[in-house]
Design a protein around this ligand. Structure first.
Ligand SMILES: NC(=O)C1=CN([C@@H]2O[C@H](COP(=O)(O)OP(=O)(O)OC[C@H]3O[C@@H](n4cnc5c(N)ncnc54)[C@H](OP(=O)(O)O)[C@@H]3O)[C@@H](O)[C@H]2O)C=CC1
Ligand SMILES: O=C(O)CCC(=O)C(=O)O
Length: 476
C-alpha cells in the first residue's frame, strides 16, 4: 500500500521512501509513505487558510452532516479498519475494533455538537443594552498525534475542530500512517470541501514545521512529555493556542478491604491491556500490607497466563510493542527496576514466537520504592510495579508523588476512603473500583501537572480549545 498526503482536497502522491511495519511480523511492510516536510506543511496550511472562511460560515448542518457521514462510514467499516489498525499498531483485534468504533462515535457525537447552542444571552448591567456571547471558529489547527490510539486521537482532535468551523492540518505518528490515511480518505470521500481537512506524512520535521508555521492558529499535541514541552514553547513563542496531552505514571491503590479477585482483574486490565501502551495505564500499583502478598501472587499468576501473540490472532490477549524503540524501552526499564532493587515476580522477557515481532511477557516487579525510576518515568509497556504501604494515608501520599497527574484509581469497599481519594488525589481523572485506563468519549479528558497543558480535550469540554468567545453589546 502506498500512502499519499491530502492537501487542498487532493490525494498528493510523492516518492514513498518510508515504511510502516507490522510489529507482530516485522518482515511485513504495512504501507509505504512519503517524506513530507516544511514545504508540504506550508501548502497544506495555505489550503486550510483558504478554506477557512467558507467552512466557518457554512451552516452548522453542513458540518454536522459531514461528521455524521464520516462516523457512519467508519462504523460500517469497523472490521476492516480494525484489522488494519491491529496489523499496523499491534493491539489485539478486539482492542483495535473497539478503538475504531470509538472513533466513529466521536464523529457522531461532534455531529451533534455542531448543532447545539453554545452562546449565551444575558441581561446587561446597563439599562437598555443587550449583551450576548458567541462561540466563533478560530482558524487553522495543527494536530500532532501519536501511534498508540492512531485513529481515535486523530478523531477526537479533528472532529471538534471541524464541528466548530475550523480547518485542519493533521500530522499522524510515523509508526501508524496507514490507519490515519484510511480516516483521511473517508473524510474526503464523505465530501469535505477542498482544504478543510489536510494531512501531511513524513519523518522530516513535519511536526515542528506545524508548530512553527505562522498561519497555524492552534496546535493540539498528544505524545511524550519531552516533545510536548518543546511543542508548547514553540506555539507560545508565536502566541498560538496550544493544548498538550502527555505522559502519565498513574497510581492504582489497592486497600486491604478490596475484593481480591476484583482488585486483580482491575490491575490486570489497567496495567497490561493494549500492551500497557496507554498514557492512562496503571503503572504504579500501591498495595496495602494486609492484601499485598496475596495480591502480588495472584496478579503475577494472571499476568503469566495472558496469551502473548500476533495481534491478528483472535485468541491473542496481549499484542507486541508497537515499535522496536518502544520494545527496547520496555525491556530496558525491567532491567533498570531490578538493578534498583525491585523483585521481578514474573515476565519481562523478550519472546520468540512463530513470526518475528516485538513480543514480551508482561512484567510484575514487586518491592519497589516510590523514588525508583520505575515509579517516576513513563515506560509505556506491559510493565507494572508494586509498592507496599501500611495505610490509606501513606497510599495517598505516594499516589500524589511524581511529576504526572493524569489518572488515579482506588480499589476499596470503603466509601469513606473512596470519597477522600476522589477529593484529595492530584489527578485529572479518578477511577473508583475501575482501572485507571478506559475513558468515555463525551466527557473531558486530561490531567494535572506535567500530564497536560491547556484546555481539556474531548466531549463537551472540546469547545473551549476549538472556539473563541466574542461578546457583543447592542444598544438602541
Ligand atoms: N501521552 C500519550 O498518549 C503518549 C505518550 N507517549 C510517550 O512517548 C514515548 C515515545 O513515543 P514517541 O512516539 O516517540 O512520542 P513522541 O512524543 O516523540 O511523538 C508524538 C508525536 O509528536 C511528533 N513529534 C516528534 N517530535 C516533534 C517535534 N519536535 N515537534 C512536533 N512534533 C513532534 C511525532 O512525530 P514522529 O512520528 O515524526 O516522531 C508524533 O506524531 C513513549 O514511550 C511514551 O512514553 C507516546 C505516545 C502517546
Ligand atoms: O485510557 C484510555 O481510554 C485513553 C488513553 C489515552 O488517551 C492514551 O493513552 O493516549
Amino acid at each position: 500500500m502506498k500512502l499519499t498526503h491530502f492537501i487542498g482536497g487532493e490525494a498528493v502522491s510523492a516518492d514513498a521512501p518510508n515504511a510502516s511495519i507490522n510489529p507482530s511480523n516485522t518482515d511485513e511492510v504495512v504501507a509505504h509513505f512519503p517524506d513530507g516536510g516544511a514545504a508540504e506543511v506550508d501548502q497544506a496550511v495555505q489550503a486550510a487558510r483558504k478554506a477557512f472562511p467558507g467552512w466557518a460560515s457554512a451552516s452548522p448542518e453542513v458540518r454536522s452532516d459531514l461528521l455524521d457521514k464520516v462516523g457512519a462510514t467508519v462504523m460500517a467499516r469497523a472490521k476492516e479498519l480494525g484489522e488494519l489498525l491491529a496489523r499496523e499498531e499491534g493491539k489485539t483485534l478486539a482492542e483495535a475494533t473497539g478503538e475504531v468504533m470509538r472513533a466513529a462515535r466521536i464523529f457522531k457525537y461532534f455531529a451533534g455538537e455542531a448543532l447545539r447552542r453554545h452562546g449565551q444571552t444575558l441581561e446587561s448591567t446597563r439599562p437598555g443594552l443587550d449583551v450576548s456571547t458567541y462561540r466563533e471558529a478560530v482558524g487553522v489547527y495543527g494536530l500532532i498525534t501519536p501511534w498508540n490510539f492512531p485513529i481515535a486521537i486523530p478523531a477526537w482532535k479533528s472532529a471538534p475542530a471541524l464541528a466548530f468551523g475550523n480547518t485542519v492540518v493533521l500530522k499522524p505518528a510515523n509508526p501508524t500512517p496507514a490507519i490515519a490515511h484510511a480516516l483521511a480518505t473517508i473524510i474526503h470521500e464523505s465530501g469535505a470541501p477542498a482544504g478543510v481537512f489536510n494531512m501531511v506524512l513524513g519523518t522530516g520535521g513535519v511536526g515542528s514545521a506545524i508548530v512553527d508555521h505562522p498561519d497555524i492558529d492552534g496546535v493540539s499535541f498528544t505524545g511524550s512529555q519531552g516533545v510536548g514541552a518543546k511543542v508548547g514553547m514553540g506555539a507560545i513563542a508565536r502566541q498560538a493556542r496550544v493544548q498538550l496531552e502527555m505522559g502519565g505514571k498513574n497510581p492504582l491503590v489497592i486497600l486491604d478491604d478490596a475484593d481480591l479477585d476484583r482488585a486483580v482483574a482491575i490491575a490486570l486490565d489497567g496495567a497490561f491491556f493494549q500492551t500497557g501502551q496507554r498514557c492512562t495505564a496503571s503503572s504504579r500499583i500501591i498495595v496495602q500490607d494486609g492484601i499485598h502478598d496475596r495480591f502480588v501472587a495472584a496478579l503475577a499468576e494472571r499476568a503469566a497466563s495472558l496469551k502473548v501473540g500476533n495481534a491478528l490472532d483472535p485468541s491473542t490477549q496481549l499484542g507486541p510493542a508497537s515499535s522496536e524503540s518502544q520494545f527496547e524501552q520496555n525491556l530496558r526499564y525491567v532491567q533498570i527496576a531490578t538493578e534498583e532493587g525491585g523483585r521481578l515476580v514474573t515476565g519481562g522477557e523478550a519472546l520468540s514466537l512463530a513470526t518475528p515481532g516485538y513480543f514480551m511477557s508482561p512484567a510484575v516487579i514487586a518491592d519497589t520504592d516510590p523514588r525508583m525510576r520505575i515509579n517516576n518515568e513513563e515506560v509505556f509497556g506491559p510493565v507494572a510495579s508494586t509498592i507496599r504501604v501500611k495505610s490509606y494515608g501513606e497510599a495517598l501520599d505516594i499516589a500524589n508523588q511524581g511529576e504526572f497527574g493524569l489518572s488515579a484509581g482506588i480499589v476499596t469497599t470503603s466509601l469513606k476512603h473512596a470519597r477522600d481519594f476522589r477529593r484529595n488525589v492530584r489527578a485529572g481523572m479518578v477511577m473508583v473500583n475501575l482501572p485507571t485506563a478506559g475513558v468515555d468519549y463525551h466527557v473531558p479528558f486530561g490531567g494535572t501537572r506535567k500530564s497536560s497543558y491547556g484546555a481539556r480535550e474531548q466531549g463537551f469540554a472540546a469547545i473551549e480549545f476549538y472556539t473563541q468567545t466574542k461578546t457583543v453589546y447592542v444598544g438602541d
